[in-house]
Each structure stands twice: as structure tokens, then as C-alpha cells.
Write a protein that binds this ligand. Sequence first.
Ligand SMILES: CC(C)(COP(=O)(O)OP(=O)(O)OC[C@H]1O[C@@H](n2cnc3c(N)ncnc32)[C@H](O)[C@@H]1OP(=O)(O)O)[C@@H](O)C(=O)NCCC(=O)NCCS
Length: 446
Amino acid sequence: MSEEDLASFLSQTRITDGNTQAPAEQKTHKFWATQPVPQQGDLPPLEDGCIEPSSPRDQVRQEPYPLPKEFEWVTVDIMNPTENKEVHDLLSMHYVEDVNASLRFKYSAEFLRWALTPPGYVKEWHVGVRVSANKKLVAFISGVPMNLRVRGKEFSSSEVNYICIHKKLRSKRLAPVLIKEVTRRIHLEGIFQAIYTAGTVIPTPIAVCRYYHRSINIPKLLEVGFTYVPRNSTAARMIRTNKLPDKPTLAVRPMEERDVTSVAELFARYMQRFDMVPLMTLEEVRHHFLSAQGTQDEGPGRKTGQVTWTYVVENSETQKITDFFSFYSLPSTVLQNSAHDTIEAGYLYYYATDVAFKDGADEDGRLKSRLETLIGDALIVASQAGMDVFNALTLMDNVPILKDLKFGLGDGYLNFYLYNWRTAKLAGMEEEGGVRAGMGVGVVML
Ligand SMILES: CC(C)(COP(=O)(O)OP(=O)(O)OC[C@H]1O[C@@H](n2cnc3c(N)ncnc32)[C@H](O)[C@@H]1OP(=O)(O)O)[C@@H](O)C(=O)NCCC(=O)NCCS
């Protein structure tokens, strides 16, 4: 395949977790205009910090916000299989779709349990709305704790995610009530900042990233219309071009309990490269990278209920972990296609390599080359785990390696937001203030 063919093929690959980017928003935001977030037209702050001060607990509103009388608030127990399934079912039918309404995220029950129960999670931050008459769950929003460093400042924060309203209840201004209620419950725990992402533009993104997709199972992706055979090419040629080696290049092995400390050290040091990053304790490292690797073997490359794959490279002399990568499984339901009902998608999660700490390795290309090999191995492991496609965003050190690893530009954008925190724009899909594209953002949201 010529470079031109490849570019054309890659540009025709499409999947997204959200809406395409609207041009600079000029519309009014009745709700967001009242919230402590940077507003349209605000200048970059002279100093980073909160927008409104924290309140003592007794000054936080104690009663839930009022709901229309047919509905009631509930705290969802995500560890309870019945309630977990209710959230899973709500999201499976009503959560994020791509622009063409041909794919919808399908978070598994295991995924939701993992994502919503990191160390220190607060049950009350898993907020549901039920119809009072029949107790049907019709809306959901959640928060989990996350300590953040944004540029030079560290603070306790919450990661707010999975807002979802039943399709029949849309455009009734229920979303602001959900957001205010989860915010109230987060305030009650003494936390006044949040991080969240959306495909849509609201006031005001602190970073924007783009999705890239690496096709793995070409025949299936063609059958579901996820990708197309470009002019001047054939399906056979696409299969050949995208074929992955049978075995990883590096001596990678699945992460184990004994690796937790070493992975945590490597991760913390590596993440100093980026402007906005999570700060993880050993327990958080264990939870995020190790706790969701499934139970018994299901088939080659995948265990029952497996959500994450974390692989490490160990120095055999020092027993130190020199590199690791991880990715998670988030399938999408294929809507209106008779041949397939699901696309298996792997998403690049966190990674690190100690090559970054060697003098000059960034400048002379050694770091890029190591990352290409490392993430190339992630693609091989993902392929063995049955992923049809592998997705990544323009964050961390991804930007320079995506093209060489045959990722194609998607049509989805992901906007990053901070609640009650001011900071200048961070480098996501584009360079910002001399910081290379991607390196402003070191948070991967699930
Ligand atoms: C996102 C969703 C909950 C919004 O509900 P809705 O019924 O469309 O919107 P409502 O009428 O209740 O509320 C509109 C307000 O919520 C805001 N809003 C909508 N989606 C939002 C989001 N993802 N994050 C934050 N605020 C959002 C709007 O900007 C608007 O406020 P504004 O007037 O200040 O601009 C709903 O469309 C949904 O469930 N979509 C599918 C799942 C999804 O996309 N989730 C978001 C993932 S980031």
C-alpha cells in the first residue's frame, strides 16, 4: 500500500465515542453559566486555583435537590449484582452513540464494578433516579475519588462519569439536576473539584483530544461498515498491511501482585512528563492495573470477565519493572447490522518506560522507538485477546507513535473539563504554549 493509499484508508476509518466537535460554541448555557467553571471569553488565569472557595460541611446543602414528583433519588449499590445489571442495562440502551447512531458503548457489569469502586470510593456518589411507581432506573451519574496534579498543584478531586438519561426523558433539564446532586454529595465529603470529559462542547474545555483507531480484524470491520476499502486498494491488501506479528517483541508478561510497588514507582516518575495526571497510591495502582484481569481462562488471550490487560517488562537482574502498558476492553453494540452485534474494542490506558529517564532519549528518538515497540506489543496482546480494533487518544506520549503503528484518525473528539479549577489550556490534540501535543494530558478517563 502506498503512503497515499494508507492515508486515504486511515482517514476513512471511523468510530467515535461521541459527537463531532461543534465549531466554537457561541450559544448560551443556562445551567453552566451558573457553575464555577471558566466561562466563554475568560482570559487564561494569572495563577491556577479554585474558582469558588470550599465550604464547611454544615454549609453544604443537606437535602437532595427536588426531582419531578414521578421520580425519586436512589444510591445505587454497584457491588449488588441486580443493581449493577440495572445500570448496565440503562447504559447499554441509552449511553453514548457515535455520530451516525451505528455504535453504542457497551460497558460490561464487571467494567462498571471496577470503574466505580476504586480505593476510597463513596457509595453515595453512585446516584440513580427511579420512577417512583415501578422503581425502574431511568437516569444515572457517578463520581469516584481521584487525586490530581494539574501543573504544579496537587488537590483532591472526583472523576464524574457515566451521566445517562433514558431516551424518553431527554431535553427536560434533568441533566443539570443530576450534576447538581452528585456535586452536592461530593461536597458533603469535603471535595470541591472534579474532572470530567464529554464529546460535546460545554463551558469550557481545558483540553481537547482526538480519537485514533488501529484496525485489527479487517474483515469484520468492513462488514459492519466501520471501515471501507479505499479506491486503489482491496480487502486482501488491507488485511496484509494491518497484519500484526504473532508474538510480542519485548519479553512482556502479565502484571502480578509482586510488581505493584515497582509499577507504582515507574508510573509516578513517568507521569511527571505531563501537565495533568492522577496521583495513585499503591492501592490505586493495584486496583487500576491488577484487579480486573478476570478469573478463569476463557480462551486464548482472554479470561472470564476480563476488563484490563496490564503487561510488564522486568529487568531479570534487578527485578525492577522497566516498562509496562495496559489497555481495557470496552465493546460497542453494533446497531442495525445483521452480520455482527458487537465490536470488541481495546482502549489504550496507562503505560510507562524507564527509557524516558535516560539522558537525551526523548531528543534522539530512543524514547519514541521504545514506545512504538511497547505499544506495538499492546496491539499484539489486544489482537490475541480478540479485539477487533484498538483505540487511543492524542494524550500522553501517544501523538508521535500513532501513525507509525497504523492508527487512523477517527472522527470523535474528547473534551476535558475541570470543575471549580482554573488553569490555562493544556496540550491535547494540538501544541499549547510550547508544550508538545498530548503532553498536557496524562489522565485517561474510562
Ligand atoms: C448527556 C445527557 C445526560 C444530557 O441529557 P439531556 O436530556 O440531553 O439534557 P438536559 O435537557 O437534561 O440538560 C441540558 C443541559 O445539560 C448540559 N449537558 C448535556 N450533556 C452534558 C454532559 N455530557 N456533561 C455536562 N453537561 C451536559 C447541557 O449543556 C445543558 O446545559 P446548558 O443549558 O447550560 O448548556 C443525555 O443526552 C444522555 O444520556 N446522552 C447519552 C449518554 C451521554 O452522552 N452521556 C454523556 C457522556 S459525556
